[in-house]
Design a protein around this ligand. Structure first.
Ligand code: PGA
Length: 256
């Protein structure tokens, strides 16, 4: 059955790539992905490469995302980046509440929700990440954790804002480990998240909101993962750092 939601595949480059390397990668992606319309394609370089990458994307079907931003609109916050600064480089998306931010920088659901509101205030589309750890899964707490994160990290978003928000289900145990969730595990968790959205908003919002899967997405598993009814794309880390693997993920995903 064809989904009514368009796939969205984003590359999260994390703390990798010099400006020169970023430019090389984006040049390669542009050549390979020109004309691809079946999926929204987003690259999320480090802040330092946004300026140069944004110039390359002016005449491209690829979109630009950032990996984080401040909850504050500006001011005396040393080391932080505000939404208006991202807008300068035509950034459209911003990853919020990635598990690495939650684990290493103490980001809470409440903070992620404030950032999501700040992103919407600047017309940036947040990609809000949620996902359980292995211990939580083994203790049978996956749904409880997801419910707390989804309700907490999306708190206060209007219906319209929710429709412009992407959720990324990223089980922590699958990130950077080479061990992806099985298509069934991803589907089960993402159907649960969609039911939550339906309870928080309504059926029509839940049907339209896009939910990505992230965690060791590779060319070899992209097609099967993205054939699941509630998997609407991918947030890709390691495999987004090279032209060949990111392009193959996208091509395999749209061939599903
Ligand atoms: P990975 O990372 O694809 O390297 O597992 C995914 C992510 O952290 O978004």
């Amino acid at each position: 059955m064809e989904k009514e939601r368009k796939l969205i595949i984003a590359g999260n480059w994390k703390m990798h790539k010099t400006v020169a390397e970023a430019v090389d990668l984006v040049r390669g992606l542009k050549l390979e992905l020109a004309g691809v319309k079946e999926a929204d394609i987003v690259v999320c370089p480090p802040f330092t490469a946004l300026c140069e990458v944004s110039k390359l994307l002016l005449d491209s079907n690829l979109r630009l995302g950032a990996q984080n931003m401040s909850e504050h609109p500006g001011g005396a916050y040393t080391g932080e980046i505000a939404a208006f600064m991202l807008k300068e480089f035509s950034v459209r998306y911003v990853i919020l509440g990635h598990s690495e931010r939650r684990a290493y920088h103490g980001e809470t659901d409440a903070l992620v929700a404030r950032k999501a509101l700040a992103a919407h205030a600047a017309a940036l589309k947040p990609i809000v990440c949620v996902g359980e750890t292995l211990e939580q899964r083994d203790r049978g707490e996956t749904e409880a954790v997801l419910e707390r994160q989804v309700r907490g990290s999306l708190a206060g978003l209007t219906r319209e804002q929710m429709l412009e928000t992407i959720i990324a289900y990223e089980p922590v145990w699958a990130i950077g480990t080479g061990r992806n969730a099985t298509p069934d595990q991803a589907q089960e968790a993402q159907a649960f998240i969609r039911r939550l959205i339906s309870q928080m908003y309504d059926e029509s919002v839940a049907r339209r909101v896009r939910i990505q899967y992230g965690g060791s997405v590779k060319p070899s598993n992209a097609r099967e993962l993205m054939s699941q009814p509630d998997v609407d794309g991918a947030l890709v880390g390691g495999a987004s750092l090279e032209v060949r693997s990111f392009v193959d993920i996208i091509k395999n995903a749209i061939a599903r």
